[in-house]
Design a binder for this molecule. Structure first.
Ligand SMILES: [Cu+2]
Length: 85
């Protein structure tokens, strides 16, 4: 599971743009998007986090990598820098 925080994703149109971007990196990817928390979760067999982040960037968004299980804990502790994994 790869997860990104995409704070500039604001509406259903963004959701479909990002979904399409991810699918362009991996057509078989499972994409789960929670608009209220700006969280994008992706399960991909073939694309890695870097490729997926690149695809989302090219769609015009700013993905911040998060580790799905860890991020909530870190966010509550207030010290998540998103780059320490
Ligand atoms: Cu939008």
């Amino acid at each position: 599971m790869i997860a990104f925080q995409v704070n500039d994703m604001t509406c259903g149109h963004c959701v479909s743009t990002i979904t399409n971007a991810v699918r362009s990196a991996d057509g078989e990817a499972k994409v789960q998007i929670d608009l209220s928390t700006h969280r994008v979760q992706i399960e991909s067999e073939t694309a890695n986090a870097q490729e997926l982040a690149e695809a989302i960037k090219q769609a015009g968004y700013t993905p911040e990598p998060v580790q799905a299980a860890l991020s909530d804990k870190l966010a509550k502790a207030g010290n998540c820098c998103g780059c320490c994994h």
